[in-house]
Design a protein around this ligand. Structure first.
Ligand code: G6P
Ligand code: MG
Length: 286
């Protein structure tokens, strides 16, 4: 896994082909906020020169599948706030760090985690899930386009210029509301949410549903997710992934960033394309 801190990068598609070549030579520090921490060839720097649309394509990558909560908007925090309110009302402890552990867990799995082994009658369990959903849905009323997370719009635009298909996929039944509130419903060819997962005959994961709907094999899909659960699912499905946030919960990711701020499509695609070529080469030698 390679990791990038990227707090201050500009959001422009920048590198020339010559720059890109130099980016692939060796491992080095990338300035104060970007680095690669393994010995694989990778990006050596982000250049600041603007550039017109790129001519080349990245054959090994056909689609990006974006998780919603914590990737498109900071709604992971809103989920956690709603659960904390239920916990307070029920006299349940809400340990520090639980917010992050809840990322990517289903509504039911989240409540089980919150209960920490305490058993409650089925109707009380249902009532708590409903109450949390009410609190969460209320908090979405305040969500607006300015709440889209940094770098998302720019990356979507950049990927589209390379003919990459775009999907949004979430376990949340509220995901379409979130996408609509931040104004990106039309950015995606395919949207899969918790309702689609519930309807799927074989209980397929939302990423598998999105790939199938885009008619894309998993090997050509890249998932962007902020949770251990989501990144592990991507790996199990044979998809590459970009993990966002604290590195200790992103071990299953192909590469990680602090956030999408300043992450440019061309550079990302180049690196992912290379990681795929290296994996193929290793496979061929075996
Ligand atoms: C996503 C979020 C979780 C949430 C789950 C179900 O995976 O990351 O925090 O619990 O969706 O969301 P819902 O809105 O249907 O309760
Ligand atoms: Mg998420």
């Amino acid at each position: 896994m390679s990791s990038f801190g990227n707090g201050a990068l500009d959001c422009i598609d920048t590198s020339s082909d010559a720059d890109m070549e130099s980016m692939t030579k060796g491992t080095e520090t990338l300035g104060p906020e970007i680095f690669i921490d393994d010995d694989r060839p990778g990006l050596s720097r982000f250049d600041a020169k603007p550039r017109r649309a790129a001519p080349r394509t990245f054959e090994s990558i056909g689609a990006f599948i974006f998780d919603v909560d914590g990737v498109i908007a900071d709604t992971a925090d809103l989920h956690a706030t709603a659960w904390r309110r239920v916990a307070d009302e029920e006299g349940l402890p809400f340990a520090e760090g639980l917010s992050d552990e809840l990322r990517g867990l289903s509504r039911k799995a989240s409540l089980e985690k919150l209960l920490g082994g305490r058993s409650v009658p089925a109707d009380a369990f249902e009532a708590m899930m409903d109450r949390k959903n009410r609190y969460y849905a209320e908090s979405l009323h305040r969500l607006e386009p300015k709440d889209i997370l940094p770098g998302v719009t720019c990356l979507l635009d950049g990927l589209r210029r390379f003919d990459i298909k775009l999907a949004a996929a979430s376990a949340s039944c509220n995901a379409r509301t979130v996408l609509s509130c931040v104004g990106v419903m039309d950015e995606f060819e395919v949207i899969m949410d918790g309702n689609d997962v519930a309807r799927s005959k074989h209980g397929l994961h939302q990423f598998a549903l999105a790939a199938a709907s885009l008619r894309m094999v998993p090997q050509r899909c890249v998932v962007v997710d902020d949770s251990t659960a989501g990144l592990s699912a991507a790996r199990q499905l044979g998809m590459r992934s970009i993990g966002l946030g604290e590195r200790d919960r992103l071990c299953a990711a192909t590469m990680t960033f602090d956030s999408l701020r300043g992450v440019e499509a061309r550079t990302l695609l180049h690196w992912l394309d290379q990681s795929c070529a290296r994996k193929d080469a290793v496979g061929a030698r075996r």
